[in-house]
Design a protein around this ligand. Structure first.
Ligand code: ADP
Length: 335
């Protein structure tokens, strides 16, 4: 293992609860092993502007419990250009930084991969996104907290849905990935879950909802992903309200899902990945993402994280259909 490295850490792209716990673990593991640590503020934009400072173990005291990121995050259009990346590279070299750990999602990893191709810099990615859409890790930092936040909202919505005998369509985040919808839907006892990975036939859905209504079901909740092919929650509502006997309401949960204190799961995952990312740097690994798969630390080439599709276990969706089915009516719909 190489010691005495100059390691820069940054958070980039969309923020996710648990990023602070990851920063803390990177800084403390790095210093423990005799490296010098730098915080790069505001993602790649801070790199371009030279917004960089040395960190000590106390710089990251008391942040493990906080949502957001103490290094702040940004989206940088300048970093999309070669000139921008060159400026960024020159700045980190001014501080003697020879390796960087980037906490972010697939966009941030594309940027890191590009930088590594063009300049002599070592880089490791750490998966921080609520969407859980990265190949190479079972879970990403922030996903568990986002699901718990959405779940809290669904529990409250169910109270009003059942009091008024309503059908609620709840839209959660996830872009083109259905993980947040799947886990939130199952945890919240949703009657239906619409995810991009398993396009739903609208006719089948409306037939099922009407059957539920006729069977005397008081309320129903459908959870959908923001990037659903059939459209957002409002679009789906306008498509089905002509043929549905229920009063339909829509709730788009939005940015509330990104905030809040990280869950215990996210703090532990972030700590482990922060720790593993420094070991990867010291083992001279490059252009890879650290992850956890089957409870084992893994390294995946950065390019795979966005070119390969993470396998979703469809048993969860099937299971939810069974759990939500009104037995005799389910048979009728199948027939
Ligand atoms: P996330 O990491 O959450 O997916 P973004 O997609 O917004 O977030 O990416 C974060 C930043 O990474 C962008 O603002 C940009 O600076 C950089 N980036 C994204 N894609 C590329 C790319 N293909 N080449 C270079 N930099 C990129």
């Amino acid at each position: 293992m190489s010691q005495g490295k100059y390691i820069g850490v940054l958070t980039s792209g969309g923020d996710a609860p648990g990023m602070n716990a990851a920063i803390r673990a990177v800084v403390r593991t790095g210093i423990y092993h005799g490296n010098t640590l730098f915080g790069i503020n505001r993602g790649y934009q801070g790199m371009i502007e030279g917004d960089i400072e040395q960190l000590n173990r106390y710089s990251v005291s008391n942040i493990i419990k906080d949502g957001g990121t103490c290094l702040q995050t940004a989206r940088s259009s300048e970093f999309l250009t070669k000139e921008g990346r060159e400026k960024a590279f020159k700045n980190i070299k001014r501080f003697g930084i020879d390796s960087i750990i980037v906490i972010g999602g697939d966009g941030s990893f594309r940027g890191l991969h590009q930088l590594i191709q063009e300049f002599p810099i070592q880089g490791i990615g750490l998966p921080g996104t609520i969407d859980n859409d990265l190949y190479g890790t079972d879970f990403t930092i922030g996903f568990d907290t986002a699901v718990n936040t959405a779940l809290e909202a669904i529990d409250k919505i169910r109270d009003t849905a059942s009091s008024h005998s309503r059908l609620f369509i709840i839209e959660v985040m996830g872009r083109t990935s259905g993980y947040i919808a799947l886990y939130t839907g199952i945890g919240g006892g949703a009657e239906d879950i619409l995810i991009p990975e398993a396009p739903m036939d609208m006719q089948k859905l409306t037939a099922k909802l009407n059957a539920q209504h006729k069977a005397g079901k008081k309320s129903s909740i459908i959870v959908i992903t923001e990037g659903e092919a059939a459209g957002g929650a409002f679009e789906i509502k306008s498509n089905i309200e002509k043929v549905i006997e229920w009063d339909i309401k829509v709730s788009v949960l939005g940015h509330v899902q990104r905030g809040g204190d990280p869950s215990a799961f996210d703090r532990v995952l972030a700590s482990r990945l922060g720790y593993e990312s420094v070991l990867a740097v010291m083992n001279n690994e490059n252009d890879k993402m650290v992850g956890m798969a089957n409870n084992t630390a893994t390294l995946t080439p950065l390019e795979d994280t966005w070119t390969k599709k993470k396998d979703m276990d469809m048993t969860y969706l099937k299971m939810n259909e069974v759990l939500a089915a009104q037995q005799e009516k389910a048979l009728e719909v199948i027939a």
